[in-house]
Design a protein around this ligand. Structure first.
Ligand code: COA
Length: 181
C-alpha cells in the first residue's frame, strides 16, 4: 500500500519532493551549517548535492510505500523543512526531521512527527525507529513528545559528517511501537 504523497496537518502540508523544490531545499535548510549540525548527511554545498537527494527520494518512493516529505506552511506555502520514512523492511522504518532555523521552536517538528507516525501505521509499519545524538536535547524531546521510548545508547554508532569529527558518535535509539494501538 502506498502512502499519500500529500498530507495536511493543522498548520502544515507534507508533500513528496518534486524537481522544482530543489533550490528552496538548498537555500532554506540543506546548506545551512547550524541546521545541518546533527543530521547524518553531509551539508549541501552545491545544487548537485540537492539533486542527489532528489534522486535518492525518487528511488525511495518508487521502491517503498513512502519516502522523504517536504514540510511547508499551510498559510504561506513557504518551505519549512523535511521529514519522511526510511524503510528497512515493509514493517520497519526510521524517521527524522530537519527544519529551517526560522521555523524552530514552534512545534512544527512535533506536528510533522505525528503525521509520520500516522502514515507509518497506515502502511503497516509495526516498529518506527529514530536515532538522536546524545547531546541533541531538542530532538530527543521531540521524539519523547511523539511517544517514542528510549531503548538505549548505541555506542560509537553514527557518523555525523557536519560535526567535524571523523569517529562515529554515541546515539540514543528510540522506538515507537505501532502495533498495539
Ligand atoms: C530539532 C528540531 C527538529 C526541533 O524542531 P522544533 O520544531 O523546534 O521542535 P518542537 O518545537 O516541536 O519541540 C522542541 C522541544 O524541544 C525543547 N527544546 C528545545 N531546545 C532544547 C534544549 N536545548 N534542551 C532541552 N529541550 C529543548 C522545546 O522546549 C520543545 O519541547 P516542549 O514543547 O516540551 O517545550 C529543529 O531544531 C531542527 O530542525 N534542528 C536542525 C535539524 C536537526 O538537528 N534535526 C534532528 C536530527 S536528529
Amino acid at each position: 500500500m502506498k502512502a499519500p504523497e500529500r498530507i495536511e496537518t493543522t498548520r502544515l502540508v507534507l508533500q513528496r519532493p518534486v524537481e522544482s523544490d530543489l533550490e528552496a531545499i538548498f537555500s532554506r535548510y540543506a546548506s545551512d551549517p547550524d541546521v545541518t549540525r546533527f543530521v547524518s548527511w553531509p551539508r549541501h554545498t552545491s545544487l548537485d548535492d540537492t539533486r542527489a537527494f532528489f534522486a535518492f527520494s525518487e528511488g525511495e518512493w518508487n521502491r517503498w510505500p513512502a519516502g522523504p516529505y517536504l514540510i511547508r506552511s499551510r498559510d504561506s506555502g513557504m518551505l519549512l523543512g523535511s521529514t519522511g520514512l526510511a524503510f528497512e523492511t515493509p514493517v520497519r522504518a526510521s524517521t527524522g526531521y530537519v527544519l529551517a532555523a526560522d521555523a524552530w521552536g514552534k512545534g512544527f517538528a512535533t506536528e510533522s512527527l505525528q503525521a509520520m507516525i500516522e502514515i507509518a501505521r497506515a502502511v503497516g509499519v509495526v516498529g518506527l525507529h529514530a536515532l538522536c545524538h546524545t547531546e541533541h536535547r531538542a530532538s530527543c524531546r521531540v521524539l519523547e513528545k511523539g511517544g517514542f521510548l528510549r531503548e538505549g545508547i548505541l555506542n560509537r554508532h553514527t557518523i555525523f559528517p557536519n560535526l567535524g569529527v571523523k569517529e562515529p558518535c554515541d546515539v540514543f535509539h528510540y522506538v515507537r511501537s505501532l502495533c498495539d494501538e
